[in-house]
Design a protein. Structure first.
Length: 190
């Protein structure tokens, strides 16, 4: 369950950060009249600040999940249960990471496949790719939606599952002596 929950949290974080960025860009277009014609420079610093702040703040809940799970499981349920949690996280985490990276890449490439409209690129494009375009067509709109989901999958959720697996395992090893002597409180009480 942990890799699925972690992946959902990272996907949601990317979505909320992207929404803040879209709101800022819209605000700049509404407040700076010369932005569309290029006579005014956009406020890049605000956009960079939104991105960096979100990258730090939005990763606190997924980071807490990764750090607290071994401590809670080892302390309250003991070494055996923690071993099962780690094994389950490893098996499902690797599967999700591979699936997320491949699926996200496929959705990203699907949009690129449809957007092959430049003359020098058309020479290598298949008839099928040309039939799906142009930009604005229904297949292109669907590919843009797929790309919106695919980018965070391949760039955030897939690669970050490596950290979930490694960090939980290392933290469990560090606290293993404590869990071996003091862990399993629920079983000792009841």
């Amino acid at each position: 369950m942990l890799p699925y929950w972690f992946s959902a949290m990272t996907m949601k974080s990317v979505g909320s950060a992207a929404l803040k960025m879209v709101e800022e860009v819209r605000r700049q277009f509404n407040m700076m009249p010369g932005l569309m014609d290029g006579s005014t420079r956009p406020d890049y610093a605000t956009c960079v600040k939104i991105s960096t702040d979100a990258s730090i703040k939005e990763m606190i809940p997924p980071g807490a999940l990764v750090m607290l799970t071994p401590l809670i499981v080892g302390t309250f349920f003991g070494v055996e249960t923690l071993s099962g949690v780690l094994a389950g996280s490893l098996v499902s985490g690797v599967q999700i990471a591979i699936s997320a990276s491949n699926t996200g890449g496929a959705w990203d490439n699907a949009k690129k496949y449809i957007e092959v409209t430049l003359p020098f690129l058309l020479a290598g494009a298949s008839d099928h790719a040309r039939s799906l375009g142009p930009k604005g067509s229904d297949p292109h709109k669907a590919a843009v939606i797929g790309d919106t989901i695919g980018d965070p999958l391949k760039d955030t959720s897939g690669p970050s599952l490596n950290i979930l697996i490694k960090l939980m395992a290392v933290e469990s090893l560090v606290f293993a002596p404590f869990f071996a002597t003091h862990g399993g409180l629920l079983f000792k009480i009841f």
